[in-house]
Design a protein around this ligand. Sequence first.
Ligand code: SF4
Ligand code: SF4
Length: 446
Amino acid sequence: MRSDLTRFPFVKSLLKNRWPQFLVWFVMLAGFLFAILSGFFGTPVGNRNFGIVFVWIAWWAVLILVAVPFFGRGWCSVCPIPLPGEWLQRGAIMNPPGKKPRWFNLRWPNKLRNIWLQNLTFTLVALFSSVILTTPKVTSIVLAAMLFLAIGMSIVFERRTFCRYLCPVGGFIGLYAQAAPMELRVKNKQVCLACKDKPCYNGSEAGYGCPWDVFPGGLTKNTYCGLCMECLRTCPYDNISVNTRPFSADLSKPSGRMDEAFKAFIMLGAAMIYAGVLLGPWGKIKLAAYSVGSLSWFGYTAVFLAFIFGLLPALFLGAVGIGKVLTKSTLALKQSFTAFATAIVPLGLMFWVAFSLSFVLTNAAYIFSSLSDPFGWGWDLFGTAAISWQPYLTSLLLPLQTGVLVGGLLWTARTTQKVGSKVNISPIPVIIFSTVVTLTMLGLLL
Ligand code: SF4
Ligand code: SF4
């Protein structure tokens, strides 16, 4: 059951008009630059610094608990990181200036048109995350690096190459956007077939060609549509709709791509490792994760990589293989593996939600103090600087996390069943795999 939100004139004009989006962008960009400044010039104490508190607690909470599960790539439509580069690339901030794009405008190489680089950038951030998450200067260096990389790539390449192929955050948002109850699609594919100039992809005086290098007429899943709303502005036939839909609608079409399959394992495994390292009682592992460059950190790195790229996919492959034997399937193992990897997307998302509940409810009190004293210089702008730390909703945390994990398991079991009936392979071994990793996650969190 889908419902087109653009049939309401108010919603449609809100999405088509550039000003509302621009105003949100403006606030986000100002906050982003302020976070970078506070990291460089504010207190080095992480939980007193605006950069750390607003990026890794406030933004992360909104992103993983609300934006991704309910709006998919909704965050990408207001993210400030690609903005300066995009403005430079277009030579305009609002409407198209009616000139050909300036700068080099190169196509991104065909061999790199996948998300392997995003898998790599996310893994790198995850490996150094203990330091990034707690050291304001390092957070600022990472944020500034992303900003300048996005600017550089906008100058050299066409469209939003950074978002599409490199951004460590964009990669996992795209993966989990498949589960969101929201999508942008064309209303009638026949209209697109007859449409000569395809302004949604090529641009027109009404707006820019798809910045994410997507042809809206061919959209079948949310992964690579950044919800920027340009096609809603450019389509002369009013053929674009923004729909609400059932959760995980895209997951009924199994992916055949290994890069997307590995993204699912990287996210699943990273959530488990984070739960163990950041929330667990093991001081030695925590210290190893913090001591970047030391022998113990290399040991931690080896275990991290072996778990994510070795153990998890190997166990999963074994489960898929057993399922194939049970049903005497002749489908290639690689195809079966990538198809079933789609089914663990909801499990990974719920792992991150459960982990983030702990992390966010424990640290949310810092938001009030750092809002009043963003640099840790003794200010008290809103009278909340002295609010002392305390964890919130501690009695609810345990049942909430258990509910989220059990819900994720049931959701994944249902998706696995659907994938199994599509490819004619028994889903039971994969459901057993999902149950074992969920119990492990539950153990790590509780
Ligand atoms: S401009 Fe509209 S009708 Fe034409 S191809 Fe794009 S979405 Fe389809
Ligand atoms: S132009 Fe349309 S299809 Fe392309 S990213 Fe924006 S909203 Fe998605």
